[in-house]
Write a protein that binds this ligand. Structure first.
Ligand code: NAD
Ligand code: MG
Length: 379
């Protein structure tokens, strides 16, 4: 029985992870649940899954959550610091980081410090400080199991191949809702259009990132750290059907791909259950519903964020951290109708030019760069 802490249990990944727990009561139990502000859903989840403790990020909701869960005997904490500390609880075996953004960095570092296995959905953590996080995980003999579907695909392709050298990996991208659109067309797209992803139902931030291809850029950097690759070993192709989740090419030229219907429950369950493959009743893929799987080049001119991310990765240092923070601000602005879709890339690249470069950042440097990038991007 693995005892799991789910950070961000009220989100898209968090709720699907709880479905996986529900279907596998002999394999998993829930030790901790956390949410940012959705107190009602957090309470409902706590009553159903009976965790030891919950954390509500929004401190104004603490009393309400505490009073409501009093009879159930669930411990209740509030605030960002409680979130950072709760992962240290001795009972926890694995921490699933399903919260969104750079807010995941400190709790993930603390969880690794305490020797907890990590199921990582929160890709921003590796984008911000992949060098520190992977180094610490190595020191503490902690495994980081990818939840992101592309990285889970690579991880699944590497099973039994750990001693073999990777020539390159190919991350697939659906292309998002705006695939094929020109710059002129993108100038006037709305938030509602951007939030309609063709293949995946996800949180708002990652859905906008998927529309701008920044999500693929973040995933390129995530892959660099997870699989210890150089920038030249990572390619991106657009595959609109989202059936092939990614590909590894070995030094003999052989390629392995992992495929299946787009359903995040599978990579979530694989990360949580590793090394077992647990039986599931997820819908099965049928070739004849998809007689054509197609592939194309990403349009890097129109969707600038992909190249911006490659550039940030090649620079290294605090550059990916600055890019990520600026992107979080730009996406939030776009979601508030304060900027247009094409300005997301403008805000990110302008911020990257303005924040001082640090080649070997400490954790404090990363946190300061994140703050400074948010300040500049908000201007
Ligand atoms: P979401 O917006 O649906 O949910 C986010 C969760 O995090 C919520 O429970 C929310 O309460 C919590 N949260 C938000 N801000 C927080 C903060 N500042 N501090 C603490 N908690 C906070 O997001 P999601 O789509 O589930 O994505 C979560 C993470 O997983 C992201 O990093 C995303 O990139 C990654 N991911 C998601 C998917 C997907 O299909 N949704 C796929 C791959 C990777
Ligand atoms: Mg992904």
């Amino acid at each position: 029985m693995k005892k799991i802490a789910i950070l961000g249990s009220t989100g898209s990944i968090g709720t699907q992870a709880l479905d996986v727990v529900k279907s596998n009561p002999e394999a998993f139990s829930v030790e901790v649940l956390t949410a940012h502000s959705n107190a009602d859903l957090l309470i409902q989840q706590a009553l159903e899954y009976k965790p030891n403790a919950v954390v509500i990020g929004d401190e104004s909701k603490y009393q309400f959550v505490k009073d409501t869960l009093w009879d159930a005997g669930v411990k209740v904490y509030a605030g960002a610091q409680a979130l950072e500390q709760i992962v240290e609880m001795t009972e926890i075996d694995m921490v699933l980081t399903a919260l969104v953004g750079a807010a995941g960095l400190r709790p993930t570092i603390n969880a690794i410090q305490s020797g907890k296995q990590i199921a990582l959905a929160n890709k921003e953590t590796l984008v911000v400080a992949g060098d520190l996080v992977t180094k610490l995980a190595k020191e503490k003999a902690v495994n980081i199991y990818p939840v992101d579907s592309e990285h889970s695909a690579i991880f699944q392709c590497l099973a039994g191949e750990w001693h073999n050298q990777i020539e390159k990996i190919i991350l697939t991208a659906s292309g998002g809702p705006f695939r094929g659109k020109s710059k002129e067309e993108l100038a006037t797209v709305t938030k509602a259009q951007a939030l309609k992803h063709p293949n995946w139902d996800m949180g708002a931030k990652i859905t906008i990132d998927s529309a701008s291809l920044m999500n693929k850029g973040l995933e390129v950097i995530e892959a660099k750290w997870l699989f210890n690759l150089t920038p030249d070993q990572i390619e991106v192709i657009v595959h609109p059907q989202s059936i092939i989740h990614s590909i590894v090419q070995f030094t003999d030229g052989s390629m392995k791909a992992q495929m299946g219907l787009p359903d995040m429950k599978l990579p979530i369950q694989y990360a949580m259950g590793y090394p077992e493959r647990l039986k599931s009743d997820f819908p099965r893929f049928d070739f004849f519903n998809y007689p054509q799987l197609t592939f194309e080049q990403p349009d890097r001119e129109t969707f600038r964020c992909l190249n911006i991310a490659f550039e940030a990765m090649r620079h290294g240092g605090n550059m990916p951290c600055v890019m990520n923070a600026a992107n979080e601000i730009a996406v939030a602005k776009f979601l508030k109708d304060e900027i247009g879709f094409l300005q997301i890339a403008d805000v990110v690249s302008a911020t990257m030019e303005k924040v001082p470069f640090i080649s070997n950042p400490t954790l404090e440097d990363y946190l300061a760069s994140d703050t400074e990038a948010r300040r500049i991007a908000s201007l």
